[in-house]
Design a protein around this ligand. Structure first.
Ligand code: PEP
Ligand code: MN
Length: 336
């Protein structure tokens, strides 16, 4: 990491960037309020061999010892805020994303969109390509589902979040989605991560159910390394010996990640618990622990849902959830 002096000029930055490129190293510039740093990702020996102190504007060269670099607070010490038109997500703008596990019909998704918007959701989710544990379970409506989701989102002014399973679908899904989700099962699909790093839409990256926090951050690093800095991390529960819930929400990962990374982190209480009666308490905990948002599965009629009905709350319950989160956020001096 090359730390530039306060008041550094563009020419001075360009000179460093040019040198880095010349020695085959990819520069990543981060302009902060107080300092500009240039992340130099490449062979450490090659970088260390340059007399950086002779370049004007360079204050120091500091190695980042952590295995992840660009996602770390060492590289960028101001929180990253994700914004898609009016949707903002970060420490001062708690983001509520809601919607069904799967897009099932026009009626279902429209009804959901209208209701969650009224309740205070800021974005709508819904799967059209579903990564199901069983190959015989409902796999999603594909492009038809994407169209329905986009239409419903547009009619309510809600940006759309949907999962992408395969690099072959990027172009198609990106046509309809505002934020591309990488599911828990694909967190270590490094080709997919890198490809999504090469396109511009924000990525919502879910934690793999057997991934440590460090592995989670390394997965995010794959995306940032390719140039896309707009990543939302999502804690969705991990697999433990406990079987009273579908997964175990690792609530401590929220403050842990806040100490390590500038990326926003949200909580998915639905997949974490697998039980609709636990969605509200876990969502409350997420706000209290300092998460930047939640993503909740909501269905107009959970009993009839094609997937994850047992963990989906209905429209009225969602309305209550938002009201409660507002109170908790208010007590902590945050606004929803
Ligand atoms: C989802 O959000 O629809 C989903 C499949 O979640 P996860 O990848 O966390 O299991
Ligand atoms: Mn689901």
């Amino acid at each position: 990491m090359i730390v530039m002096r306060k008041g550094v000029t563009e020419d001075q930055i360009n000179a460093v960037v040019k040198k880095l490129k010349g020695i085959g190293v990819t520069p990543h510039i981060s302009v902060g309020k107080y300092k500009t740093v240039i992340g130099a990702i490449g062979d450490i020996e090659t970088i260390a061999n340059v007399a950086w102190e002779t370049y004007s504007g360079v204050e120091a060269v500091v190695p980042i010892l952590k295995p992840y670099k660009l996602v770390s607070l060492d590289f960028k010490d101001e929180p990253t805020v994700i914004s898609v038109s009016e949707f903002m997500l970060g420490p001062s703008c708690f983001g509520i994303i809601a919607g069904p596990c799967s897009v099932e019909s026009e009626d279902q998704i429209k009804k959901t969109a209208a209701s969650i918007k009224k309740s205070g959701a800021k974005a709508i989710r819904g799967g059209a390509f579903k990564p199901r544990t069983s190959p015989y379970a409902f796999q999603g409506l594909g492009e038809e589902g994407l169209k329905m989701l986009k239409e419903a989102g547009e009619s309510e002014g809600l940006p759309v979040v949907t999962e992408i399973l395969d690099i072959r679908d990027i172009e198609l899904v990106a046509q309809y989605a505002d934020i591309l989700q990488i599911g828990a099962r694909n967190m270590q699909n490094y080709f997919l991560l890198s490809e999504l790093g090469r396109q511009k839409k924000p990525v919502l990256l879910k934690r793999g159910f057997s991934a440590t926090v460090e592995e989670f951050l390394m997965a995010a690093e794959y995306i940032l390394k390719e140039g896309n800095r707009n990543v939302i991390l999502c804690e969705r529960g991990i697999r433990t010996f406990e079987n009273s819930t579908r997964n175990t929400l690792d609530i401590s990962s929220i403050p842990v990640i806040k100490k390590l990374s500038h990326l926003p982190i949200i909580v998915d209480p639905s997949h974490a618990s697998g039980r609709r009666d636990l969605v509200l308490p876990l969502a409350r905990a997420a706000v209290a622990a300092g998460a930047d948002g939640v993503m909740v599965e909501v269905h107009p009629n959970p009993q009839e849902a094609f997937s994850d009905g047992q963990q989906s709350i209905d429209l009225q319950e969602f309305d209550g959830l938002v009201s409660e989160l507002k109170v908790i956020a208010g007590m902590l001096g945050r606004e929803i």
